[in-house]
Design a protein around this ligand. Structure first.
Ligand code: ADP
Ligand code: ADP
Ligand code: ZN
Length: 216
């Protein structure tokens, strides 16, 4: 069992790395952002409620995301491990996660913080493109697809997320500093935190993360 958290600001590469770690270790990627976007797309009551927060770059209320994650963690495929990407994002979420993992007989083994220069985050997010079919991530200059606008993995169309616009990105970065950065201290105190310098080659970063996971 390996319970892993990927921590880091918007654009740090959590989704990119979580997908790779998920396939390397054969454990599910749990992305609250992906699950919320799916709910928005399907126009579920939760999606309709979350949309306004997401469009303005605000965090969706804790009770909503905690509910999604609890449900997801209780599924059978999480028994061999899981990688959380984009959750927790607040101290109350981290506390709720502790309770939930305890109740489910699971645990968090390692928290990996992805550190990227603030200036680079804006460039990364402005150029991010996401496959509308399989969710693979690209970047117009740093990680382009082989054929422009088309996913290498599945041929799906590459789109720009609604919230990857400059004003919304700015709001997300401010919210990160205010609500999520305190988690570095929270997990630092637990002794489970490892930091990775997450700029440069995507492959090299994956190798470092993978080595840290193997060492726990
Ligand atoms: P990014 O990877 O760029 O930070 P995500 O895909 O993780 O973005 O999240 C997109 C949006 O979904 C966030 O801006 C926020 O509105 C909402 N969201 C995702 N995860 C959480 C969470 N754990 N708590 C609150 N809101 C969340
Ligand atoms: P997050 O989930 O943390 O918001 P993503 O994985 O979606 O971050 O990455 C944000 C953007 O940065 C994407 O366009 C992605 O292709 C790009 N990216 C990811 N890792 C790197 C890297 N090491 N160097 C340059 N760009 C990267
Ligand atoms: Zn795809």
């Amino acid at each position: 069992m390996k319970g892993i958290i990927l921590l880091g600001p918007p654009g740090a590469g959590k989704g990119t790395q979580a997908k790779r770690i998920s396939s390397e270790f054969g454990i599910p990627q749990i992305s609250t952002g992906d699950m919320l976007r799916e709910a928005v797309r399907d126009r579920t009551p939760m999606g309709l409620m979350a949309k306004g927060f997401m469009d303005s770059g605000d965090l969706v209320p804790d009770n909503v995301v905690v509910g999604i994650v609890k449900d997801r963690l209780s599924a059978a495929d999480c028994n061999t491990g899981f990688i959380l990407d984009g959750f927790p994002r607040t101290i109350p979420q981290a506390e709720a996660l502790q309770t939930a993992t305890f109740e489910l007989g699971k645990q968090i083994d390692i928290v990996i913080s992805l550190d990227v220069d603030q200036k680079e985050l804006m460039t990364r997010l402005c150029g991010r493109r996401t496959c509308n079919k399989c969710g693979s991530m690209y970047h117009v200059t740093f990680n382009p697809s082989r054929v422009e606008g088309k996913c290498d993995q599945c041929g799906g169309a590459l789109i720009q997320r609604d919230d990857d616009r400059e004003e919304t990105i700015q709001a997300r970065l401010v919210n990160y500093k205010k609500s999520t950065e305190p988690l570095v201290m929270f997990y630092g105190n637990s002794g489970k935190l490892k930091s990775v310098m997450a700029s440069g080659s995507i492959d090299a970063i994956t190798a470092e993360i993978s080595g840290l996971i193997r060492s726990v």
